[in-house]
Design a binder for this molecule. Structure first.
Ligand code: PLP
Length: 582
């Protein structure tokens, strides 16, 4: 199967026919043929990262969900996103040499949601009441279920009763919420296996309303897409039959569905991926590399194939308006924020003077966000025009290696000092991840023991959308060094490339959709070699920011390779073409 090479309208870049197909598609809304306001595309996610609407996620999976809905709104695709509204969220601060979690209540009424009604889900012999709330945005809406004790995103261990309760509430409660509004899902996209229960309810509804069980399975499978973000099935949590007896089976009406589900337990345990694969005929991974290497087996032991649909971003949200204006004016992007047919040629008009002046505007925005966010020393960083800034911003997890640049502190200093450069580090440590919390403390004590690094390396706590945006628009060089093979896609590097930063990266995730010569690639046979290559690339990037010609060449090359990947409209049209082929 050659799924991994398909998927882009712009591959090969000069394929004019593909471009015309897409424009016709959006213009005439041919996708609406099978989608309508009453039969929308439904997108199911336990995690949504959308702070404007009061919902704070954990990372890329939630960002993807929010971006998908916004792009659908921009191009007029009827889409209903179904998610929990968490009544509390975590923030972090740096105090006494460590990260501390703070919890903050959130009220949906403050974010423009209105209540529709209540629905009920059976759990542990009780009826649990969930409020159904809704907020509309053009052709799309967020439909959420919530209750005061719903808890936070990822509260409790995966595999715990509380997680199962949240997942069951989204599936069974969310499906009833759709019915309250008179909506029938044309498609169900399951953003990871935690949303499996939504497809299960649909199967149960069909099978208990007179459809033959096998027909109901075929029908559900045909209209369900499972989007995988995880590389290995083995890492996934399991639930026990006993937990399902309390939370799941009492909510199912159809006897054959209960039997089907019960048969999927092995030694009294179940992994949701195994049943999600059974209930979803359509399956996607989030980058070409990820779709190729994700190692999943179905119940028969066959390797599962994933269609590669690389994550894009909502460019209207993540790219500085002044830069979007330039992309449109120079006909690099069209009115749908898709790269134009000859955008690569148009990029040659992009001059270093323009880049420098746009980055100055971005710098002003970064400075204004930093006034509210002191660094680890309690200092407010105010960058001066022309200051060179490197940044590393992403969740603090092992495989992303926030500590790689600190492997040789003397070398790091030697790279930064000649340019009087700053290095900004931002990222959330997952609650309870003692190991990463310790690594962060260690990095900051290395920083503290060097008099240059102490004043030029800044850790900014409570990484969120605001900081992600400010750093994308206001820094110069972005560092992305996951262990190769472990990043599913990553989207922060896309924000950086689109906002005219130079990208230093290992060849992994969505970055590996492009060629390794199109950005500042870090490669090495060992971590020491990778670190030394990283320092060399940092020097190269710093020098390019002093040399207009080099800057133009590097920037145009990055954009020519990655704008088609980055375009969220390209992603949505890939999904629609996969889900509703002509
Ligand atoms: C873009 C973004 C992400 C995605 O990060 P990756 O590490 O690139 O997947 C996570 N968190 C926030 C706040 C973001 O803005």
């Amino acid at each position: 199967m050659n799924d991994n090479n398909s998927g882009y309208f712009y591959h090969p870049l000069e394929n004019i026919e593909d471009v015309e197909i897409f424009e016709t598609a959006i213009d005439r809304r041919v996708f609406s043929r099978k989608l309508s306001p009453e039969r929308p595309y439904t997108y199911w996610t336990l995690e949504l990262y959308d702070q404007d609407n009061g919902i704070r996620g954990g990372g890329g999976l939630g960002i993807l969900a929010a971006d998908t809905r916004r792009v659908a709104e921009q191009v007029g695709v009827p889409l209903t996103l179904v998610t929990p509204f968490y009544p509390s969220e975590t923030h972090q601060k740096w105090e006494d040499g460590r990260v501390i979690d703070l919890h903050k209540p959130v009220n949906y009424a403050d974010f423009g949601f209105s209540k529709i009604d209540d629905v009920f889900v059976k759990c542990c012999g009780n009826l649990c009441r969930l409020e159904v709330i809704e907020k509309k945005f053009g052709s799309t809406r967020i439909l959420a279920v919530t209750e005061p004790n719903f808890g936070e995103l990822y509260s409790g261990l995966s595999g715990s009763d509380h997680r199962l309760y949240q997942e069951v509430s989204l599936g069974f409660g969310g499906y009833q919420a759709l019915k309250l509004l008179g909506l029938k899902p044309a498609i169900m996209q399951l953003n990871e296996v935690a949303t499996f229960f939504a497809a299960l309810v649909r199967l149960d509804e069909l099978a208990s309303n007179g459809m033959d069980f096998y027909e109901a399975v075929v029908y559900t499978r045909k209209h369900t897409l499972y989007t995988n973000h995880t590389l290995v099935q083995a890492a996934e949590a399991e639930f026990s039959l006993e937990q399902f007896e309390r939370f799941v089976f009492p909510n199912l009406k159809s006897k054959p569905v209960r039997k089907w589900l019960r048969d999927k337990f092995e030694d009294g345990r179940i992994k949701l991926s195994s049943v999600t694969i059974e209930i979803a005929e359509l399956r996607s991974g989030v980058s070409k590399l990820h779709a190729r290497v994700a190692n999943y087996r179905d119940i028969a032991g066959e390797r599962v194939k994933f269609k590669a649909i690389t994550n894009g971003i909502d460019m209207e949200k993540w790219v500085m308006p002044e830069i979007m204006e330039l992309y449109h004016k120079d006909e690099i992007l069209d009115e749908y924020d898709m790269p134009t047919i000859n955008f690569s040629e148009k990029l040659t008009a992009l001059s270093s003077d323009e880049i420098l002046s746009l980055k100055e505007a971005g710098r002003t925005k970064l400075n204004s966000v930093l006034t509210k966010r002191p660094d680890q020393n309690g200092e407010i960083l105010h960058l001066k025009p022309g200051d060179l800034v490197f940044d590393f911003k992403r969740r603090f997890v092992d495989y992303k290696r926030p500590n790689l640049p600190f492997r040789d502190p003397a070398r790091l200093r030697a790279v930064l000092e000649p340019y009087n450069a700053h290095y900004i580090l931002a990222g959330r440590v997952h609650t309870g991840d003692e190991r990463m919390a310790a690594i962060l403390s260690e990095v900051l004590s290395i920083v503290n023991s060097d008099d240059y690094l102490r004043t030029h390396v800044h850790y900014i706590a409570d990484y969120d959308e605001e900081l992600a945006y400010a750093l994308s628009v206001g820094s110069n060089v972005a560092i992305n060094v996951p262990i190769v093979g472990l990043e599913a896609c990553g989207t922060s590097w896309e924000k950086d490339v689109a906002n005219l930063n130079l990208l230093i990266s290992t060849h992994d995730g969505g970055v590996a959709d492009g060629s390794s010569s199109s950005y500042l690639n870090v490669y090495g046979a060992s971590e020491d070699e990778e670190a030394s290559e990283l320092y060399r690339r940092m020097e190269e990037a710093a020098s390019a920011w002093q040399n207009g010609f080099d800057l133009e060449v590097l920037m145009r090359t990055q954009l020519a390779e990655f704008l088609p990947v980055i375009s969220g409209t390209r992603m949505l049209s890939d999904y629609l073409n996969y889900l509703l082929p002509e």
